[in-house]
Design a binder for this molecule. Structure first.
Ligand code: GCU
Length: 128
Protein backbone atom coordinates (compact mmCIF):
# COMPACT_ATOMS: atom_id res chain seq x y z
CA UNK A 1 0.00 0.00 0.00
CA UNK A 2 1.10 3.64 -0.41
CA UNK A 3 2.67 5.23 2.68
CA UNK A 4 0.47 7.06 5.15
CA UNK A 5 1.41 10.73 5.35
CA UNK A 6 1.04 12.43 8.71
CA UNK A 7 1.68 16.16 8.82
CA UNK A 8 3.61 17.42 11.83
CA UNK A 9 1.37 20.48 12.06
CA UNK A 10 -1.56 18.14 12.79
CA UNK A 11 0.29 16.13 15.44
CA UNK A 12 0.53 16.73 19.18
CA UNK A 13 3.22 19.34 19.77
CA UNK A 14 5.07 19.39 23.07
CA UNK A 15 7.03 22.63 23.06
CA UNK A 16 7.18 23.86 19.50
CA UNK A 17 5.30 26.11 17.12
CA UNK A 18 3.72 25.67 13.71
CA UNK A 19 5.37 27.87 11.12
CA UNK A 20 5.31 28.25 7.33
CA UNK A 21 8.08 30.78 6.65
CA UNK A 22 10.50 28.36 4.96
CA UNK A 23 9.32 27.10 1.57
CA UNK A 24 9.12 23.50 0.48
CA UNK A 25 7.00 22.01 3.25
CA UNK A 26 3.99 19.81 2.55
CA UNK A 27 0.58 20.45 4.02
CA UNK A 28 0.07 23.83 5.66
CA UNK A 29 3.36 24.20 7.53
CA UNK A 30 5.94 22.52 9.70
CA UNK A 31 6.83 22.33 13.37
CA UNK A 32 9.66 24.48 14.67
CA UNK A 33 10.76 22.67 17.84
CA UNK A 34 11.58 24.88 20.79
CA UNK A 35 15.33 24.99 21.24
CA UNK A 36 15.64 22.80 24.31
CA UNK A 37 16.00 19.19 25.42
CA UNK A 38 12.64 17.46 25.58
CA UNK A 39 10.66 19.33 22.96
CA UNK A 40 8.68 16.79 20.97
CA UNK A 41 6.13 16.00 18.28
CA UNK A 42 3.87 13.00 18.78
CA UNK A 43 2.01 11.24 16.00
CA UNK A 44 -0.71 8.65 16.19
CA UNK A 45 0.12 5.84 13.79
CA UNK A 46 -2.50 3.21 13.12
CA UNK A 47 -1.33 -0.23 12.05
CA UNK A 48 -3.60 -2.93 10.67
CA UNK A 49 -1.45 -5.59 12.29
CA UNK A 50 1.58 -5.86 14.54
CA UNK A 51 4.97 -5.81 12.84
CA UNK A 52 7.81 -3.61 11.74
CA UNK A 53 7.13 -0.38 9.92
CA UNK A 54 9.37 2.09 8.14
CA UNK A 55 9.09 5.62 9.49
CA UNK A 56 10.35 8.41 7.26
CA UNK A 57 10.69 11.83 8.85
CA UNK A 58 10.88 14.79 6.45
CA UNK A 59 12.82 17.64 8.03
CA UNK A 60 15.12 20.61 7.56
CA UNK A 61 18.07 21.71 9.65
CA UNK A 62 19.61 24.96 8.46
CA UNK A 63 22.31 25.01 11.08
CA UNK A 64 25.78 23.48 11.02
CA UNK A 65 25.04 21.13 13.92
CA UNK A 66 23.04 17.90 14.04
CA UNK A 67 19.78 17.82 15.96
CA UNK A 68 19.38 14.24 17.19
CA UNK A 69 16.06 12.99 18.50
CA UNK A 70 14.90 9.97 20.44
CA UNK A 71 12.13 8.05 18.68
CA UNK A 72 9.75 6.24 21.01
CA UNK A 73 6.85 3.98 20.15
CA UNK A 74 4.17 3.65 22.81
CA UNK A 75 6.65 5.03 25.32
CA UNK A 76 9.44 2.60 24.53
CA UNK A 77 12.66 3.82 22.96
CA UNK A 78 12.91 2.53 19.39
CA UNK A 79 15.83 4.67 18.16
CA UNK A 80 18.04 6.65 20.52
CA UNK A 81 19.61 9.87 19.32
CA UNK A 82 18.57 9.37 15.72
CA UNK A 83 20.64 11.79 13.65
CA UNK A 84 18.98 14.72 11.91
CA UNK A 85 22.01 16.14 10.18
CA UNK A 86 22.30 19.62 8.70
CA UNK A 87 20.52 20.08 5.35
CA UNK A 88 22.35 23.27 4.38
CA UNK A 89 19.47 25.71 4.68
CA UNK A 90 16.05 25.93 6.30
CA UNK A 91 14.14 25.63 2.98
CA UNK A 92 16.14 22.50 2.07
CA UNK A 93 14.22 19.42 3.19
CA UNK A 94 15.39 15.84 3.35
CA UNK A 95 14.30 12.57 4.93
CA UNK A 96 15.52 10.32 7.72
CA UNK A 97 14.23 6.76 7.89
CA UNK A 98 14.09 4.31 10.76
CA UNK A 99 12.44 0.92 11.21
CA UNK A 100 10.37 0.40 14.34
CA UNK A 101 7.98 -2.15 15.78
CA UNK A 102 4.30 -1.23 15.81
CA UNK A 103 1.43 -2.85 17.66
CA UNK A 104 -1.89 -3.56 15.99
CA UNK A 105 -4.16 -0.54 16.24
CA UNK A 106 -3.18 2.94 17.41
CA UNK A 107 0.45 3.65 18.29
CA UNK A 108 2.03 6.82 19.64
CA UNK A 109 5.24 7.71 17.85
CA UNK A 110 7.10 10.52 19.56
CA UNK A 111 10.23 12.33 18.29
CA UNK A 112 11.95 14.13 21.16
CA UNK A 113 14.92 16.48 20.94
CA UNK A 114 17.93 15.34 22.94
CA UNK A 115 20.06 18.46 22.76
CA UNK A 116 19.62 22.07 23.82
CA UNK A 117 19.22 23.09 20.18
CA UNK A 118 15.89 21.25 20.06
CA UNK A 119 14.74 19.27 17.06
CA UNK A 120 14.96 20.14 13.39
CA UNK A 121 12.03 21.74 11.59
CA UNK A 122 9.75 18.76 11.07
CA UNK A 123 7.46 18.65 8.05
CA UNK A 124 5.83 15.23 8.19
CA UNK A 125 6.05 11.54 8.98
CA UNK A 126 5.49 8.89 6.33
CA UNK A 127 4.65 5.40 7.47
CA UNK A 128 5.40 2.65 4.97
C1 GCU B 1 15.60 29.92 12.79
C2 GCU B 1 14.68 29.35 11.73
C3 GCU B 1 13.65 28.44 12.34
C4 GCU B 1 14.35 27.36 13.15
C5 GCU B 1 15.22 28.01 14.19
C6 GCU B 1 16.01 27.00 15.01
O1 GCU B 1 14.89 30.77 13.64
O2 GCU B 1 14.04 30.42 11.04
O3 GCU B 1 12.82 27.87 11.34
O4 GCU B 1 13.42 26.51 13.75
O5 GCU B 1 16.17 28.87 13.57
O6 GCU B 1 17.21 27.13 15.12
O7 GCU B 1 15.41 26.07 15.54
Amino acid sequence: PPPTLLEAENAVIGQGVIESNHAGFTGTGFVNYDNLVGSYVEFTVTAAQAGTATLTFRYANGTAVGRPMDITVNGTLAAGGLAFDPTGAWPTWTTRTVTVPLAAGANTVRATATTANGGPNLDRLSVG
